[in-house]
Design a protein around this ligand. Structure first.
Ligand SMILES: [Fe+2]
Length: 582
């Protein structure tokens, strides 16, 4: 059976193709259109997925959209009516967006792809998240927790899943509904702190480490527990449910002070700078407390040892670590794309296993479902520009690049198929030595152009991870796709200054050899040269751009940034002629 999953129209559109129960291709639209967080209907992604499998749209058995537009419309309409008359300005805006595209998704898919309307199916948004988390994890039975800003109505669900030869089921036990939302709470602070919503949440998490949670009482005024173990937002402090213009209200400002202007730098030497950091630390702590509590009661309710986490909130690696340590679950599985892009894959898997009751298949345990690096392109491009090119065999390449890194060169690393999800997990990475503050600052200044409070992540062979990082039991699984933040062991912090955050932690990727053998070999070779088999691994993109996909994009990024060496497959290119080859 051939099933195409599609997510679009909110944030980060994507397409994923499942053939006979296994993924064949999946890619985010932004990686092809080159517009970051592209939410448009993912025609390019769909076209690429079909082409990859040699299929025409007519060959598809079903196209599954990742949420139910009518339910979403129902939510927007209901909230607008409840909030009338404050909502009268935002409502036409919401209507325009919703009616124009979301509501007519079946017609759009049917006409754009030329598939009959009856082949277009819908899943619920949080079922797509749940499927993306559970059906991609190597577990038979697990509890499931999903949390995001909002889908149709649900903003958080708890449930459980079971997989077996005869039956696959995902049972959602309870849900919390809009406007009560952990994602919206965090996004409101993201916007209050002057960052872009849906992108700047990482920055809030990074900034939190610089602050003290001095305002948790204030945060608990605006989100409070309910007797049934859920939570509710005190809507007096928010405006996101009434207007698209601003998510926090005047009372929110009374409580937390004036918001940060996005153009003002954060200076931790000033009272305002410290207040921003304390706000971030406080909302982070409350978010963690609520997630831990929710997971703990789900653990006692289900008695299951494994938890699958989905939804954008599952990108919060600090919270994930606390859930692992404190909720009672032995292992936590977070997919590489827990956000809405991964819902394309989740929706397709949900339709395959549950709607069509197709037999269970073991999901390949890696994130590499996108376009592959093209052979020969880098060598051609570099030769046209008269840059030094080396085409090496694999051992030669590994040895050469390990030397580059040991000599403090910054390496653009392109290999195999592109990752699905926001993190570079070894196929589209910028790699560098992890040892010095100077390296971190150089990366921030010359390449990533980002705030200094945002940490860089390390990648380490899974077998060596515990030597350098304090991983609790189950931690290496959480670190497989860089989904947890863990303490760097004290004795290594100085030697790992480029990847150690101000609070002594790092968002570790613990790499298994089979997942990315060439990067694994590079880590080993670098370990032999430096004594530490760890590299700084950050996504291969400049600020504001999507992660590079094709070789040409990697090459252009290399040319206009401070990257010293570019590797695509077994081709190595440098900028300088003199001083190389020694
Ligand atoms: Fe979502």
């Amino acid at each position: 059976m051939r099933i195409l999953g599609v997510s679009a129209h909110y944030h980060d559109a994507a397409a994923a193709l499942i053939v006979d129960g296994l993924p064949v291709a999946a890619v985010q639209e932004e990686r092809l259109s080159r517009r970051k967080n592209d939410a448009a209907f993912p025609l390019a992604a769909i076209e690429w997925c079909l082409e990859q499998a040699g299929l025409e749209p007519g060959d598809l058995d079903a196209v599954v959209f990742y949420e139910r537009p009518m339910l979403k419309f129902d939510r927007i309409l209901t909230c607008a009516l409840r909030a009338f008359p404050q909502s009268w300005r935002s409502f036409p805006h919401a209507m325009k967006n919703t009616l124009a595209e979301k509501l007519w998704v079946r017609g759009i898919i049917s006409s754009q792809l030329g598939v009959p309307r009856q082949k277009v199916l819908f899943t619920e948004h949080h079922r797509s998240h749940a499927a993306a988390a559970f059906l991609t994890a190597p577990v038979r039975d697990a509890a499931i927790l999903t949390a995001d800003g909002v889908g149709e109505w649900a903003t958080l669900t708890v449930g459980k899943g079971t997989r077996g030869p005869d039956r696959t089921a995902i049972t959602l036990l309870r849900e919390i509904r809009f406007p009560h939302s952990l994602g919206m709470l965090y996004s409101t602070f993201t916007s209050f702190l002057g960052f872009a919503v849906n992108e700047g949440e990482y920055k809030v998490m990074g900034l939190a480490s610089y602050g003290q949670p001095t305002m948790t009482d204030a945060v608990r005024k605006i989100i409070s527990p309910t007797p049934d173990g859920a939570f509710r937002l005190n809507l007096d402090y928010f405006d996101f449910h009434t207007t698209a213009k601003r998510s926090f209200s005047a009372r929110f400002i009374d409580l937390f002070g004036p918001p940060r202007d996005p153009l003002d730098p954060i200076d931790l030497e000033t009272a305002d700078g410290r207040r921003y950091a304390d706000c971030a630390a406080s909302v982070q702590q409350v978010l963690e407390d609520i997630l831990v509590e929710t997971a703990r009661s789900l653990h006692s309710e289900t008695g299951l040892p494994d938890l699958c986490l989905g939804g954008g909130v599952a990108l919060n690696g600090v919270a994930n670590h606390r859930i692992l340590r404190e909720s009672g679950f032995e292992r936590i599985f977070v997919p590489p794309a827990p956000g809405d892009a991964g819902c394309a894959l989740g929706a397709a898997l949900y339709a395959d296993r549950i709607h069509f009751s197709n037999p269970d298949r073991e999901f390949p345990d890696h994130p590499f479902w996108g376009p592959c690096v093209e052979e020969g392109v880098l060598a051609r491009l570099a030769r046209e520009d008269h840059l030094p090119v080396e085409e090496l065999d694999e051992p030669g390449l590994i040895a050469r690049v390990a030397q580059d890194l040991a000599q403090d060169r910054i390496v653009g690393w392109m290999e195999g198929a592109l990752e699905l999800g926001p993190r570079a997990l070894g196929h589209r990475s910028i790699l560098a030595g992890p040892h010095t503050i100077q390296m971190r600052d150089r990366l921030n200044r010359d390449i990533k152009h980002r705030e200094e409070f945002r940490p860089f992540a390390p990648v380490v062979p899974v077998e060596a991870a515990e030597r350098f990082f304090e991983l609790p039991p189950g931690g290496s699984r959480l670190a497989r796709f860089m989904s947890g933040v863990f303490p760097v062991r004290r004795e290594w912090r100085e030697k790992l200054a480029a990847i150690t955050h101000v609070d002594g932690t790092a968002r570790v990727q613990a790499l298994e050899r089979d997942m990315a053998p060439r990067l694994y070999a590079l880590l080993e070779a670098y370990g032999q040269l430096s004594g530490i088999p760890i590299l700084l691994n950050t996504s291969f993109n400049l600020a504001g751009e999507p992660i590079v996909n094709r070789t040409i994009e990697g090459y252009l990024t290399f040319r206009r940034s401070g990257i010293d060496v570019l590797v695509a497959g077994c081709t190595r290119v440098t900028k300088r002629v003199s001083g190389e080859g020694t």
